[in-house]
Design a protein around this ligand. Structure first.
Ligand code: FAD
Ligand code: DHB
Length: 396
């Protein structure tokens, strides 16, 4: 078996793992990232698209924001569509000048991978981690497979950034983690269409047939989502049915509608809320989707991953400069305070905008009243805006 050593062993080259490696490098801390998939797969996987102001500021301040600044789409508001009308929420006006930026997650990953490679950083692709050992000691290690052989990465700390289906979370000794979970009884069908966006800002739609979301990726590509049943088969959604359902759910008196175009990607996303406590065991730290999942309404998953690794990088920097574990020991507590607030916001957006099976006229009228209140109350819109553009990151 071949063994290598580094200061921080990172499992997973998603936003959490790659950004952590980049931030550690800026602090003079060495890391190695181990990724199960190929570079091509990681750079092509279609996922998130909305970056909070704090995420954008961090990427620019740490030198990986050039393309984001050129190609990202700056948004100052969103629309809520219900009862045949669209209502704008002025995010920037209500949040003291903050905004969001639409920039595809896989474009951000390309930027982070390039930055690590340019700086001589090590990312091992097609190298799935298979075991973690000696987590109780000062010399933990990650066992991984590459080119059909078993290897070992010995390190001072392990960062579990391997997402919802990774191996770090289940590697903790039995009984060390409490798991809090909610499965939502529906899913999202998402498409990418080669069609120019017909609204400059996102449209979140509530309709008696279910939720719909209009987003975008570029001046030529529209991103659209529809609430659909859980465990839905993609084969049940031919293109005509998707366009028909979007037309119905977005129908408003101003005649606005998304433009049609060839559908170049279709996928189904389950809706889940999950938090593990604590996000740390000895020298293993969980970050991003490995520690928590939020339902996608509100666009928070990637941004939460960024917030976690920002806290973790700061704590590791304190350790390596002073030997103190104060921030490392507070890592879980610091992150969880924000994680639960974001979980609450995602749950609230999801509950307000989706149709729940079994809900009757009472619930529908209650949801419409909530949307009516929200879009007519400055206080309520301000609460949405400050959460949507991103809550402050504590401990930094
Ligand atoms: P991941 O991105 O899942 O990365 C984990 C990495 O670990 C993967 O590359 C995986 O291959 C690797 N890995 C797994 N197991 C192993 C192993 N054993 N060994 C080595 N590597 C391993 N969030 C937002 O903020 N805004 C949005 O607009 C938004 N929209 C979304 C839309 C959709 C359709 C979906 C599915 C998600 C969306 N999200 C959004 C959520 C966001 O994509 C995730 O929260 C984000 O990817 C989490 O990053 P991560 O680095 O923690 O995990
Ligand atoms: C997108 C995804 C979301 O979950 C959301 O709330 C807004 C936009 C997107 O993929 O563009």
């Amino acid at each position: 078996m071949h063994s290598i050593h580094t200061q921080v062993g990172i499992v997973g080259a998603g936003p959490a793992g790659l950004l952590l490696s980049h931030l550690l490098h800026l602090e003079g801390i060495e890391s190695v990232v181990i990724e199960a998939h190929s570079r091509q797969y990681v750079e092509g996987r279609i996922r998130a698209g909305v970056l909070e102001q704090g995420t954008v500021d961090l990427l620019i301040a740490t030198g990986v924001g050039d393309r984001l600044r050129q190609e990202g789409l700056l948004h100052h508001g969103i629309y809520l569509s219900f009862d045949g009308r669209r209502h704008r929420i002025d995010l920037t006006g209500l949040s003291g000048g903050r905004s969001i930026t639409v920039y595809a997650q896989h474009e951000l990953l390309k930027d982070l991978i390039q930055a690590r490679i340019d700086a001589g950083g090590q990312i091992l692709f097609e190298a799935p981690a298979v075991s973690l050992r000696d987590l109780d000691t000062a010399t933990p290690a990650i066992g991984f497979r590459q080119d059909g052989q078993l290897h070992e990465l010995a390190c001072d700390f392990i960062a579990g950034c391997d997402g919802n289906h990774g191996m770090c979370r289940p590697s903790l000794p039995e009984g060390r983690l409490a798991v809090y979970e909610r499965l939502y009884p529906f899913a999202w069908l998402g498409i990418l269409a080669e069609a120019p966006p017909t609204s400059e800002e996102l449209v979140y739609g509530y309709h008696e047939r279910g939720f719909a979301l209009f987003s975008m990726r570029s001046p030529k590509i529209t991103r659209l989502y529809l609430q659909c049943p859980r465990d839905e088969e993609i084969a049940n959604w031919p293109d005509d049915r998707i366009w028909g359902e979007l037309r119905t759910r977005f129908a408003t008196s101003d005649g606005w509608a998304p433009a049609h175009g060839p559908i170049v990607h279709k996928g189904i996303t389950e809706m889940r809320g999950l938090v593990v406590e604590p996000m740390q065991y000895r020298n293993l730290f969980l970050a991003g989707d490995a520690a928590h999942i939020v339902p996608p309404t509100g666009a928070k998953g990637l941004n939460l991953a960024v917030a976690d690794v920002r806290v973790l990088a700061g704590a590791l920097a304190e350790f390596y400069t002073s030997g103190r574990r104060r921030l490392l020991d507070q890592y879980s507590k610091t992150c969880l305070r924000r994680v639960w607030k974001v979980q609450r916001f995602s749950w609230w957006m999801t509950s307000m905008l989706h149709r729940f099976e079994g809900d009757g006229g009472f619930d529908q009228r209650r949801q419409l009243a909530e949307l009516d209140y929200l879009t007519s109350s400055q206080a309520a819109m301000t609460a949405l805006a400050e959460n949507y553009v991103g809550l402050p990151i504590e401990g930094c």
